[in-house]
Structure formats: C-alpha cells, structure tokens
Design a protein around this ligand. Sequence first.
Ligand code: ATP
Length: 773
Amino acid sequence: MNHEEHAPTGLPDPAKTTPNGGGEVLPFPDRLSKKIPQPTPAPDPADESVYLPQDTAPELQPPMVAASERADLAGDRPLLPQWIRTRDGRRTMARARSTQARRALRRWLARQRTDRGHAAQAWRGIRRSAQWTAGFEGAHVQAAGHQAHIATREARDLARRARFTLLPGDRALAQKQSEAALAVAVTAVAAHKKAKSNRRRIRFARALVAYGIPLAAILAGYIALGTAGLLLGLGSVLTMEAFLGRKPDRETVWDADVRALSDGDPLTESMLDRAFKAAKVIGDSQRLTMVTPCAIDPAVPNAWHAVIDLPDVTVKKARDRADEIAAAMGIDRTNLDIRQVGSNGRRMAIWACGQNPFLATRRNPLVAGRAKQVNTWRDGFPLAFDKRGSILRPTLSDYSFLFAGATRSGKGMGLANLLAAAMLDPRVRIRLFDGKGAGEYVPHARALATFVRRNPGRLVKFLRLMVEEMNRRTEILVEAGLSKANEKLIDKLGGIELVIIDELATYTAKNGPSGKYAEEITELLAQIAAVGAAVGIVLALATQYPEAEIVTPRLRGNLSARMAMRVESPGASNVVLGDGMVGQGYDASKIPIEKTSRGRAWLTTPDTGVIEVRSLFIDEAAGEILPLIEAGVALREAAGCLPGHYDDPIEAAMARETGVSAAAGGTDGLGSVVRRTVLDHMARAAEATGDGQISSADLLGHLADIDPDRYGRTTRETDAAWLSRAGKALRTELAGLGVELEAARITLPDGSRPNGYTLTDLRAAAARLNGTD
Ligand SMILES: Nc1ncnc2c1ncn2[C@@H]1O[C@H](COP(=O)(O)OP(=O)(O)OP(=O)(O)O)[C@@H](O)[C@H]1O
C-alpha cells in the first residue's frame, strides 16, 4: 500500500487540523469512510483558545487520549509519524506489511524456477565440488599417456627392425637403438603410471574435503539428534553447497567459441585451432596437428604448453601474428610465448598463461642463498627471468651490456644484478664510474678496483688506458694464436675487466657540462665495446636518456646485450633495441607505468634474440647487497686482489698521470678522487679573505705557515727576497702539477692593486687539474 492510494481520502485536511498543527495527533480516516472520532490535543493551559465552552455537548468532550496517541512532548519517538500511532495507522501498516510479504513470497517462488533458485544453487554447488575434486590432473595423465604410447610404439618398431637386420654392423647399431628406445619407453610408461597415481592421490584428498566433511556432518547430526539432526545436517550441507554455487555459470564458460585462458579455462586443441584461425595464421579448412597434447606448466600458475605442427605456414608467420593469436585466446601478448622447435620451420612450442607472468617478483638467487664464489665467465650472472620463469644468465665472456630506461624503470636493478655476481667473482676487476654522483655505490667501494663519482676528465684518461690495455691483451692472444680469450688465459691476461658506467649521459652528452669530452669518450667506448669482450674487457653502460646523441648507433651496435626497460617513446625504444624494432612489435615504451612493472624489459642478446623479461630483484633498501659485498671483499682478500692492496697496473698508471688513485673509491672511499694540491690551500686562503681574492704576499704568508720548508722565511731574508724566492717556489710547484696559473693585478677593498689571485681562477684551475670541470 502506498500513500497515493490514500490521497483522495486519506490525507489530513490542513483546514481541519488543530491549531497546534503537525506536533499533534492527526486524524487518519478509514478507507471505508467510517466516522472516526476527532482526536483532540491535550489542552494547553496557557492557550485559552483551545478551552471548550461550558455548554459543549458531552459527546464532543475531548476523549481520553491513549498513551501511544499522546503528543511526543519529549521528542523521544521522533522517527515515527504521529499518524502511525493511531489505530488506523497501525492497521494501515499491517496491511502494507502483508502486501510486502505476499510480494516477497511471489518473488521467491518466481526465482525458484530460474538458475538463481536455491535448489539450482545447491545443485550447482554440488557439481562444482565434483569438478574441483576431478581437477586438471587428467591433462597430465593424458600427456604422459600419449608420450608412453608413442615411445612404446617406437620401441616396438625398432625392436622389429633390429630382429630383421641381417648385416652384423647394422644389426649391432639397430640393437643399440632398440635398447635406447626401450629405455625411453620404460621411462615414459613409468611416468604415465606415476601421473596416474598422483592423480588418484590428489583426487582422494580432494574427495575427503568435498564429500567426507559433509557426510561426517550429517552423520554426526543423526547420531546426536536423530531424524531432526539428520535433517539439520542435510540442511546445512545443502546451504553450504548453495553458497558454493551462488553465482550462476556464465554461458560463455561452456561455449567453445568464447573460451578464454584469462577466465581460467584450460588450453585445448579446439581453442588453439580457433585462435589460429581467428588470427588468420591458418585457413578455415586447415587444422593444427598436435605433437603433444596441451599440458599444464607446473613452473607458472595457470600456464599451459603444447607442441604443434602448422599446416603449410611457418612459425615465423605465427610469431608475427602473436598479438592476434593472444587476443583470440583471451590473453595479452605478454602471456603468450611461441618458439620454433627443430629446423623445419613448421613445428612450434606454444606456451600460454592465463595471467601476467611478470606480476611475480623473483629474487636474485645470489642474495637468497649463502654468498659463495661465482664464475661469471663460464656460468654467467643471474640477470632476469623470462615469461616461463627461467632465469637468464648472460656470461661476461662474450659481449658488453647496455641498460636503458626512464627514471624508476628499474635499470639500476639490472646493474645491481650484474654487480652482485661480479662481487662474488674475484677475477673480475670492477671499475665503476657513477655519473649520477649519488651515494648509491659507496657501500660497494671496498671491492671496487676503481670507483669514481662523476669526473668526466678522469674517465677519458681511464678509457685511453683501457684501450692500451686492450691492445696489450690482443697481442697476448695473437702470440697464443687465438681470436678470443678462454678461461685458462684469463689470469694471464690480468683478470676480467668490468667497466660499469652508470648514467652515461653525464659523460657523452655533447651539450652537457662535459661536452668537450663527449666525442672522445663515445669513440673510446665504441672501440672497447667492439673488441673488448674477446680479451676480457666488458662494458656495462646504463642510461636514463636513450637518445642517439647519448648512445650513438655505432656504440649501440657494439653493445650486443641490451636491456630496454620502460622508456618514454617508441623512438627511445628503437635507440636501445635497434632501428625498426618497434615496427616488429618490440616496443619498450608500451611497458605499463606501474609499480608492478618495474624491472620489466625487452632484452636482446646474441644468444636469446629479443625476449620479454623482468629483472631479478635485490632489496637494496633492506641491505640485501651488503653480505655480498662482505663476501666479495673476503674473496678478493683471499685471492690477494683487494683493491688498493695489490699492484693494479691501471690504477697505478692513473695515479702516475693524475697524482691520485681511485682504487676502492680513493682515500676517502667515496669516489670523489680529488687530488689535494697546493691549489686547494690557495683556494682556501682566498676563501678566508671574504672578498674572493688574495694578494700574492698574503697568500705566500699563508703557505709559509702550512709548508715552512718550502715557503718559510729565514731570519736573514728581507721581505722582498722572501717574496721573490717563495713566489718562484710556488710557480715551480704549480708548473710541476701542470697547472698554468699566473698572478694578476687585483683590486683590494682599500683601493690598492697588488699582484694576486681570484678565487674563481683558483677553483677553475683545481677543476681542470681534477678533470671535474
Ligand atoms: N625486477 C624488479 N622487481 C621488483 N621491483 C623492482 C625491480 N626492479 C626495480 N624494482 C623497484 O623499482 C625501484 C626503482 O628501481 P631502480 O632504482 O633500479 O630504477 P632506476 O630506473 O635505476 O631509477 P633511477 O633512475 O631513479 O635511478 C626499486 O627500488 C625497486 O623497488
């Protein structure tokens, strides 16, 4: 019942309401227009207008007002309108409730006929429990059965051939092949049996949960309460099943044409057939031939694989249409992997996963276990995992590396994985130039043969030495008659040189502050990258700015292993992966900007081609790298090659040339590698004057305090003689450092114009000396 039904008769007439209005009990006429007594408000003694005259008839006297009909003076029943508290109001409400109940019952009855009815729900729940009990293990058994079948048939054929081969030599060979095939068949049959028993065991365990528990509940109810308990138990089990089956099956799930791996459907032959047809890889009249049936890949959740033969099309064509195939299977291209098997170009292994295989974060195995020595030359270093979950381990014996990606894309993690393994290989001399200049690598310093922050001038000198070192090593190889170093030769050559440059743009940007070095650095890097790896000199460059100016095409061409994390544009992706790669579907700018995508990349190496990967994770914030650094220091100490404690020809030559060594990050271990010279004292003295300049006389007085032997004044010396001698000593010292700096006229605040130096000139000379300008 609703208010509109009453409108014509039921609504109170405002004209007839008492003067006290809405706060009082209002009349609510009956539907049958019964005469109802007009409830009257309690008289307000203060309001004389509501007093009835003395001669009012007794029937018009105000009736006794029931408690529920009294005015709600205290306001403690504010949510109930006054009219409900009348008898008619209550009757109206009762009528409304009964109508509602009737409608609810009708709705419930109508629902029972649909797939949302409680019986349907319970039945669906029971069916789902049965499906869950059966599981997917059958696919494994089927695959193993297929293998066993093929292997036995092959063994039988070979045995027959061996029996009928008459030539003794051929017969021996045939028997050998027959025995091998028999062994394979026995293993395949055993694997089939094992898969069956595994399926039985898992099904039994599931059946215990799906059927055992409900049966036990019903039985317990019956024993405890008899028939009532039995009904109660049955009721609760059916309620539980109805809960499990509360969502109706979507029709699409059972429709072969729209099955999707992402909905949890299994990969089937018909799904593959349909997807390859929809992607126009095969025609409507063609069919795929299954070499192995679709089976679960236990390494990745919700992943499947199969080997198929394509009819009259190449695997390359299928790979080119990977996007379309994936879409037809209801997944993203990232979740699909197509590889060629064998050499006929038609057989392919397909792997597909219902969810993004790169959502998982996988830790670097070196930090997960106990840190022990690693052979990066032979076994490589764990860098990343592919979509099938296999860890990729590039070796340090074949090529140089480039890591590129926008900020926070995870390129630093790529370097961190390389560094982690290099730490644990004492033969690797790690030379790190940190162009960002932050403190990120300071904890590693003790194990670094060279550690310099920024300082492009030093990098140029270092790379020149490296090119000389490369030529020296090449000569050794020439003498040994080899084109490439092997593991035995590594020690003779002087170990593996790993040159890491983090933020290449600091050094190779032509328009940057170190532009004058850019060209030479790029050229030297390209030379080292081209032949270095063959003689044990490997580069690992990282940049946030993958632009052709920073990584020139020639340099990129020589860096054979390149990892493109998320970049800003398709052009940047091509700078890393190679021209035209975006057109082939390898586009690092399409990697989503999400936290869960950090470390995802396209990796290209001569061994793998271009593949999609995610780098392994090292939680640097939690200090996971620290035990590796300690282990690296200990290994180098034991091998007698702890930086700064052995004769490193490169750093020795650098020290000769620049006057300071950067082994283990220099004397302060921070990679600042600044040479403390007389220039620093001069700059500090000029700073102390407060006006940015200092006269020669004051400066020499200051130097006399610091280095009395050289600049001190003897008792018999006149002022002029001392100034002349000390001035000459200073010029000699500066010339010895290779610094060209002459005293010039300066104007002091008192107006005098003596000879002296400005702070700006002194700083510029110091920067030139340290190569930091
Ligand atoms: N493979 C990965 N798995 C999980 N998380 C990762 C992975 N790689 C990077 N990350 C996360 O992304 C953050 C940024 O990574 P990283 O410092 O390597 O990026 P970057 O590109 O070098 O950043 P920046 O340009 O600021 O130096 C890391 O702190 C880490 O938490």
